[in-house]
Design a protein around this ligand. Structure first.
Ligand SMILES: Cc1ncc(COP(=O)(O)O)c(C=O)c1O
Length: 339
């Protein structure tokens, strides 16, 4: 039976056209700043996001960690939403490299300006210095939720009034843009710095960018070197990312439609609860069996999902899955839940 792999949108393989673009890429040594394809990508990304400068980095994790490093000093505090990637999924890197601690605003991942203000510490010696607010849009652990832009603008106004920096984990900013119809530059506008990924829904094999002012990116360049992220003929990877930006953005709406179809098939099934589906991620809550056991049973039927909580399964639609495959996977799951 063919496998329907819904574990993540990072699982996609480069298409033949993307491989051809990568094979044909002009390259040079990017540590010397001499790779034309990397430069072209960095210029394109900075222009798309309406910022001065961008830096190609190997991963979204490195983009986020550089974000923490450019805004903070060891001992500082960073305000985040619950389950934010840079605190939850980056192997404790924030405490190892930037040496920061986190304060959580609100519940569930998204938060309001008031909730952010609750988390700001007074400027007294008892407390860590609150320096930075990180927003994740779309929010992975919240189920691909789009952070409402009006709410982000209120957070940004409140953050500025308190002298705080603003970083966006925009690994899936492309999905947020597709879902809202808002330009990525408009989504990026309230932020000083961003990390964006080409290797999630856009389907490139490797790569992310750290984006911000010229000054932020000059500092980021040094941190990238310190973290071991200086790559040599990286133009081969940058060409894949450029191809993805050019050809795979509009089709993200297909992934969103597939995620909605998946949820609709499961909705109302016994033992299942579903949250809202804004983009390409569906969180399926089990009211019965533990998620790990359900994931094992689903895998035996050819449907791969991640258990992201004791009772939570996560399904992510992507470039390598058709609407029909996703619907069949949902039918299979529905039967498992009913069993
Ligand atoms: C929201 C978010 N930020 C950052 C990352 C990190 O990206 P990478 O796996 O390239 O380090 C991910 C990975 O899935 C993510 O979902």
């Amino acid at each position: 039976m063919p496998v329907c792999d819904l574990r993540s949108d990072t699982l996609t393989r480069p298409t033949p056209a993307m491989r051809a673009a990568m094979a044909a890429a002009a390259v040079g040594d990017d540590v010397y700043g001499e790779d034309p394809s990397v430069r072209a990508l960095e210029e394109r990304v900075a222009a798309l996001l309406g910022k001065e400068s961008a830096l190609f980095v190997p991963s979204g994790t490195m983009g986020n960690q550089i974000g923490l490093l450019v805004h903070t000093q060891p001992g500082d505090e960073v305000i985040i939403g619950e389950g934010t990637h840079c605190a939850f999924y980056e192997s404790g890197a924030a405490s190892a490299w930037a040496g920061v601690q986190f304060a959580i605003a609100g519940r569930g991942g998204l938060f309001t300006a008031d909730e952010m203000l609750e988390a700001v510490k007074p400027p007294q010696d008892h407390f860590p210095r609150t320096r930075l607010v990180v927003v994740e849009n779309t929010h992975n652990r919240a189920g691909g939720r789009v952070f409402p832009q009006a709410q982000i603008e209120q957070i940004a106004t409140a953050a500025r009034a308190n002298g705080l920096g603003l970083h966006l984990d925009g690994a899936r900013i492309w999905n947020a843009s597709a879902a809202t119809g808002l330009d990525v530059a408009a989504l990026a506008a309230p932020f000083d710095t961003l990390s964006v990924c080409f290797s999630k829904g856009l389907g490139a094999p490797v790569g992310s960018a750290f984006v911000g002012s010229r000054e932020h990116v000059v500092r980021a360049h040094r941190f990238r070197k310190m973290l071991g992220g200086g790559m040599r003929q990286a133009g081969i990877l940058a060409a894949g990312a450029l191809h993805a930006l050019e050809h795979h953005r509009a089709r993200l709406l297909d992934d969103h439609a597939a995620a909605r179809a998946f949820a609709e098939i499961l909705r109302g099934a016994p033992g299942v609860e579903l949250g809202p589906v804004d983009t390409n991620i569906v969180l399926v809550q089990s009211t019965g069996l533990p998620a790990v056991e359900l994931a094992q049973r689903a895998a035996a039927e050819g449907v791969l999902l991640n258990a992201t909580g004791r009772r939570t399964l996560r399904a992510v639609t992507h470039l390598d899955l058709s609407l029909d495959q996703v619907k069949r996977a949902a039918e299979t799951l529905r039967q498992l839940f009913g069993a």
